[in-house]
Design a protein around this ligand. Structure first.
Ligand SMILES: Nc1ncnc2c1ncn2[C@@H]1O[C@H](COP(=O)(O)OP(=O)(O)O)[C@@H](O)[C@H]1O
Ligand SMILES: [Mg+2]
Length: 313
């Protein structure tokens, strides 16, 4: 779990944000410069650190920075950027029409995800040399998978566009430019975008640079869902190597009711060990209280640290 880029995924409520924050704290305490990024529309990273986070990174404690990226906001910012870039490129009486077209494109399905993906790409490429570790606290499974497979789709799409433009440009070259290649700023923009996607894809698919951690709880549905999600990611060449099994009843929890639950949980834990043989499992106990204060987060974090090192041996 020392890779440069870590994605933490799983269903809502299982403890993604808590474990992301705790892992980030572990790293920061080790003296590693760490960035934690929430991409879950249901952001709660800021709450965990008792501060409000924005789309720009802010320092949380020694060695630790955090930010929350929002698809809708990114999309808006992205569109504004495109409009600004077009100023000067388009004749002034065309501006209104072009803006109308851009606004229409921005309302199309997938536009927000594409903008979010562009931002994640930028974060990974721009921050990877400056940070020892970047931890992404991601949205529930389906969303994350789409986000991760987006570069594949976008690359295919961009390739199509590039091909088309190349043909047009070649025609112009022949007809108008005496065989001299024509300059095409849009072709260059698309080409650059493609290169960025390629670069990020290489990092994300490289197991020495990127790790995917799943968070689950010892319950029947969570086991089924996690198994499915891992298989799905596997098909897209993303391999989950670590699982945090969170909220495991601690041995000292007493009472008849809990005893009964622990008995059922024992079966679930056995099933988890049997099902996820390719993954390294880290058990995290259920705490008496929610992990709400910074002090509780610190305690959770040292617990996680201990479990991580224990399981290694
Ligand atoms: N091991 C644990 N013991 C007790 N409470 C926990 C534990 N892990 C997480 N929680 C609590 O469960 C709730 C959901 O956790 P959270 O990290 O926000 O989940 P997610 O980000 O996956 O939606 C929070 O109130 C958190 O404090
Ligand atoms: Mg969360």
């Amino acid at each position: 779990m020392n890779e440069k880029v870590i994605f933490i995924g799983g269903k809502g409520g299982v403890g993604k944000s808590t474990t992301s924050a705790a892992l980030a704290l572990v790293r920061a305490k080790e003296g590693k410069k760490t960035l934690i990024v929430s991409t879950d529309p249901a952001h709660n990273l800021g709450d965990i650190f008792h501060t409000s986070l924005t789309h720009e990174k802010e320092q949380l404690t020694e060695n630790l920075w955090g930010m929350e990226v929002d698809a809708e906001e990114e999309s808006k910012r992205y569109i504004e950027g495109v409009k600004q870039n077009l100023q000067g490129l388009v004749k002034s009486k065309m501006v209104e029409e072009v803006h109308r077209q851009i606004d229409m494109a921005s309302a199309s399905p997938g536009a927000e995800e594409a903008a979010l993906f562009d931002r994640l790409t930028a974060i990974i490429l721009e921050e990877k040399d400056d940070f020892d570790q970047i931890i992404f606290d991601t949205a529930p499974t389906g969303h994350t998978l789409r986000l991760l497979t987006l570069p594949e789709l976008m690359t295919v799409w961009i390739d199509g566009m590039l091909e088309k433009r190349k043909k047009t440009n070649d025609n112009y070259t022949q007809l108008l430019n005496d065989g001299e290649p024509v300059e095409d700023p849009i072709y260059d923009v698309l080409q650059k975008r493609r290169e960025k996607f390629e670069a990020v894809r290489e990092i994300v698919l490289d197991e020495s640079q990127t790790n995917f951690i799943f968070v689950m709880i010892p319950e029947r549905l969570s086991i089924l869902e996690t198994k499915q999600a891992i298989e799905q990611l596997h098909q897209h060449h993303f391999h989950i190597r670590d699982i945090f099994v969170n909220k495991v009843l601690p041995a000292h929890a007493d009472g008849k009711f809990l005893e009964k639950r622990r008995e059922i949980e024992k079966d679930h834990l056995a099933k988890i060990r049997e099902t996820f043989t390719d993954q390294h499992l880290v058990e995290i106990p259920l705490f008496e209280e929610d992990v709400a204060t910074l002090k509780q987060l610190e305690a959770f974090s040292s617990h996680l640290h201990r479990s991580m090192t224990q399981e290694k041996g």
